[in-house]
Design a protein around this ligand. Structure first.
Ligand code: SF4
Ligand code: SF4
Length: 77
């Protein structure tokens, strides 16, 4: 099953909670500020993400979204 991972950078306060709980060490804090003056996270190693949603559950600011990608069934005639 495929998932789409989305970070709303302008909601992120750069608290690092999600960075610390990620079991795959995927996330890092950016060195560029967002519109609110915080340093948001980004997926530094997206290929290692297993879509476990631990970071999503941990974020107090709902800055992370993980959604399932529904793949269209190919229509066979
Ligand atoms: S979904 Fe899991 S593996 Fe992926 S970044 Fe979040 S905590 Fe890490
Ligand atoms: S837990 Fe949320 S607010 Fe904190 S760094 Fe992660 S995404 Fe940003």
């Amino acid at each position: 099953m495929a998932y789409k991972y989305f970070i709303d950078c302008d909601r992120c306060k750069g608290c690092g909670l999600c960075v610390n709980v990620c079991p795959k060490n995927v996330l890092e804090i950016s060195d560029e500020v967002n519109t609110k003056g915080y340093f948001p996270i980004y997926q530094a190693r997206p290929e290692d993400c297993v879509s476990c949603a631990t970071c999503y559950r941990m974020c107090p600011d709902v800055a992370i979204a993980i959604t399932e990608i529904v793949e269209e069934m190919s229509q066979q005639k």
